[in-house]
Design a protein around this ligand. Structure first.
Ligand code: IPE
Ligand code: IPE
Ligand code: MG
Length: 259
């Protein structure tokens, strides 16, 4: 077998405990939570928290690129967030539109490649086109990859992947026995993106809320008490420092020193 594995092949190999695990994480995923509480604490409407959240996102993407992180996945809107009041959904969609309108050119200039994960088929056409535009414009960039989880739920993503394999089996192109974790991984929304090394959640909540359930199998989870609008470069660095204090084992044993 060739040692010159393509970057895509290498992408899904876990980092080895005791070696690369102390390097800068390759993939940082973030559950940007606490916008509403940030606003409430200041007597402001929730939308103001979301607005400030967009600023925190800008700062974080810039900091991540400077730190040499290759992939950042952000949870921007969950499949379950549709249960919020219509006015809040309108505000969130408005901010997404404004973010793409105002920031896409800058992201492109900074060589950021934008990827979108989540269910697109049931989105309004204008939103779908906007997401496609962001991906198309930045497709050939080779700097930081920004994966935006929009209308995203991990169970839904896994079900979509399973459904695609089921169609293949039903069509006689795939044996049911050939279904493996690797094959299912390949059907996920961004199958070439490596699993997150670390998942950061702000606001003090300690749960995944249907985010990257499959990909999080061996991710380190870092929960930070601050609300998302207060997140910045130093908070990102502190979360990465916490990640470095963890001992990643991937089910094995820590490599012997000197061996
Ligand atoms: C995160 O902040 C943004 C989204 C979920 C879209 P929240 O809106 O969940 O803020 P809290 O959790 O109510 O404070
Ligand atoms: C998760 O936050 C979704 C996003 C950050 C987009 P939520 O605020 O929706 O999660 P729960 O409801 O507290 O679990
Ligand atoms: Mg929340």
């Amino acid at each position: 077998m060739s040692n010159a594995a393509s970057s895509t092949e290498a992408a899904n190999e876990p980092l080895q405990a005791g070696s690369d695990s102390f390097a800068i994480p390759r993939h940082v995923a973030i559950i940007m939570d606490g916008n509403g509480r940030w606003a409430a604490a200041r007597g402001l409407p929730r939308v103001e928290g979301h607005r400030r959240g967009v600023e925190a996102l800008r700062k974080t993407v810039r900091a991540a690129a400077d730190l040499g992180i290759s992939y950042v996945t952000i949870f921007s809107f969950s499949s379950e967030n549709w249960t919020r009041p219509a006015s809040e959904i309108k505000d969130l969609l408005g901010l997404l539109r404004r973010f793409v309108r105002n920031d896409l050119a800058d992201l492109h200039k900074s060589n950021v490649r934008v990827r979108i994960i989540g269910e697109r088929d049931d989105l309004d056409r204008d939103i779908r086109l906007m997401l496609e535009e962001a991906e198309d414009l930045t497709r050939n960039n080779d700097g930081l990859t920004l994966v935006v989880a929009f209308n995203y739920g991990a169970r839904q993503e896994i079900a979509r992947a399973a459904r695609r394999l089921a169609y293949e089996v039903a069509a006689g192109r795939l044996a049911a026995d050939a279904v493996t974790p690797e094959l299912l991984t390949r059907q996920l929304d961004a199958s070439d993106v490596p699993d997150p090394d670390v998942i950061i959640r702000t606001s003090g909540e300690q749960r995944l809320s249907n985010f990257l359930l499959w990909q999080a199998a061996y991710s380190e989870l870092v929960f930070v008490p601050i609300n998302w609008p207060d997140f910045d470069r130093s908070a990102l660095e502190a979360a990465i420092a916490e990640y470095h204090r963890r001992e990643r084992r991937f089910g094995g044993l820590i490599a012997q020193t000197g061996s």
